[in-house]
Structures are given as structure tokens and as C-alpha cells.
Design a protein around this ligand. Sequence first.
Ligand code: HEC
Length: 388
Amino acid sequence: MWPRNRSKFIVFRPTRDFLAMAAVVGIVWIHGIALSAQSGNGGLKLDTGQEIYMAGCVSCHGPDGKGQPQTLAGFERPSTFPDFTDCPGATPEPDVQWRAVITEGGPGRGFSQIMPSFKDMLTQEQIGKVIEYLRSLCPVKAWPRGNLNLPLAMITEKAYPENEVVITGSYNAHGAPGGTTSVIYEKRIGVSSMIGAIVPYSFKQDSNGNHAAFGDIALEFKRKMFASLKTGSIFSLGGDISIPTGNSTIGTGGLSTLFETFAAYGQLLPRDSFLQLQTGVELPVHPDKVPRAYFMRTAIGKTFSTEGGLGRRWSPMLEIIADRDLVTGAKTNVDLAPELQIPLSRRMHILGAIGYRIPVNNTGARPRQLMFYLLWDFPDGGLTQGWR
Ligand code: HEC
């Protein structure tokens, strides 16, 4: 979740990098003096976020937060250099990500070492104030803040509109081998909306041998209706349309076009816990072939982080999934899914998760499944960036 213009990789040029580093060391040194002079007796005060910004950040990030012109800054901008006035790039970042970068410096999150560490110059309270100041630079307040972007659960759709690529899989843990791997692409559009595409591919083994085929390809749309940092809540409405591209003879779909509409709700809870809810209906065009269905999904979890809250983040969750075909005599299927979201890259833009889906009732035709996903938050950097 970074400002645009990040397609270029950082190219290593020994002499230029050396000059840049020398310039940066100079700037940081001057900043150290400026900050300590100002926080010392008789100097200027560093009470407000703006005062801290003007003293410690302006020489690189510029008076307006867009970045000092290249000629004044004295370093070559990394492709991920932030423009704090650019709402699409700046708002998806959660505060903790910025706090980690400001406290530990760029390398704390796999970014350039040109961004210095302010651990010894600013208190955590001052860092909080300067983050609030950076937040004030995005003029359109309707952009939902990244703090409301809760960890992705495996089955329950999140309310926050995302930019990401996710590869998910679920495979039978017993009985006949079988499973589905899906590729999901989601892209923000504008302040509140997101579009996505889902391409599933399934395989299974039965008495006739091995089969594999694409499932029903789906297009999705989601729109944030309400988001509030104050209450820690976000609410969205969305819908999917899936097209019968699957293979009906081997059972990967292909029976009916299907519309799904849903509501998704996310709530921050005390001590880094959270709750996510999604409820909706599936409305096939041919209900004689695919029954109409209702579903209710819940994910509850808590995030644990290393390095006093600023390091890598791990999120165990438990999902409770209920769905019911809307035909007479149908029972509600209930599943439990314990799972763990795992940080992979240092930048936290590539994450993994593993989980286990356990049907609680009607277990005859519904095997337990092993699940995983790999998630790439592509605006935060390329697949090879941000690991060290
Ligand atoms: C010596 C120059 C320099 C100074 C001084 C500096 N920064 Fe940075 N900052 C950078 C660079 C360069 C990057 C981009 C790093 C990258 O993308 O690899 C950066 C990145 C950041 C980011 C990451 C943005 C994101 O989207 O995650 C934040 C936040 C930040 N700086 C805040 C600050 C604050 C606050 C101060 C002052 C207290 C400050 N910086 C001082 C050079 C500087």
C-alpha cells in the first residue's frame, strides 16, 4: 500500500549510492542537532506533530509532504518513496507500519536506509503526534484508514477494500483426494470501492481416475459504506457474479450463473483483537440446478507482534461458518476453522496463512480440509523487495 510510481526496482550504483549515503549521513546529523537543540532547554518546542515534522522530516519529505525536490534532498528517491498527500497511497498504511519505520528507520520494514531511525531522538508520544500530522496531509477524509484493514480470514470476506493478489488452496485431509486452488486479484477503485476476479482450479480422484478442471470464474465488487477510526468499525456491501465456466461432468461447477450479495463488517477490539462478520445470499439463475443458499461467517482473532509491537505480526483466528441451502428440509451446515496468519516478508506485504476446516455436522459428504493462502499486497513493493 504505497504511493504509485513504484514499478522501478532500486538499482545499485556504487558511487552514486555512496554520495547519497554521505549526503544522508550529513542530513541526519544536522537533524540530530536540530532536534536535540530544539528539545533542549531554551530551544524551540517540539510539542505538535507539525513542529516535529518541520524539525526532523521536512528536509527529505518536503514542506508539503510530497517529498523534497530531488536536487535539494541529496539522495535518489527509492521507488516506494511516500507522498503523504496522496490518499490512495498513504491511507491504506496502518499507523503501526509508519511507527515501525519512524522508530527503527527504513530497514525496520525492509525499506531504504536513507529513512533514518528516530528511536533516540523522539519519544513514542512524539512519534504518535507526527503520525497524526502526516495523516492530516491527505485532504479527503472518506478514504478508510489502514488501521481498519484487519487480517484476512480464509473464508470470511473482509470489509476493507483491498489491493492484493491472493493464492488460496483447500485440500481434502481424508477420504478421496481432491481440492481447489484459486487465484484472486483485487484492485481498489476510488475512495471506497474495489473490484476483483477469482479463478478456481479443482482436482479430484474417484473410481474413474483423476480429474482436473477450472471451476466457475467470479467477478466481485465491494464498496465501503461506513468506516470510523473512533469506533474501530468498517462496514461494506458487495456482490459477486460467477459464470458457469466449470466442468459439470466432474463437478467443478458449470451449472448456473450465480449472483451473490453480502454485507461485511469489521470491528477492532481491545488489545489487538478483532471480529469480522460476513453474511449473504447466493442466488443462482437456475435454482433447479444449484440451490439458493444463505451464509453467515464469523472470524475472531488477535494479533501478536514482536519487538514491542513494532516487529512482525502473527494473527491466530477462529472462523465459524454456517450455510444453508434454501430448499425444504435442508439443514444448516456448520464448520469451524482454526487458522494462523504468518508474516513472510519483513515489509509485511507478503503474508501466508494455514488453517484447518472442520465440519461440525453433516460430516458424511464434507471432508475436513487443509487450507492455505499466500497474499501479496502489491502496492507495497515487488515480490523480491522488502525481505531484508
Ligand atoms: C534523510 C532523509 C529522511 C528524513 C530526515 C526522514 N525521512 Fe522518512 N523516508 C525517507 C525515505 C528515503 C523514505 C522511503 C524509503 C523507501 O521507500 O525505501 C522514507 C519513508 C518514510 C515513511 C514510510 C512511508 C510509508 O508509506 O510507509 C514514513 C512514515 C516516514 N518516512 C516518516 C518520516 C518522519 C515522520 C520523519 C521525521 C520524524 C522522516 N520520515 C524523516 C527519508 C527521510
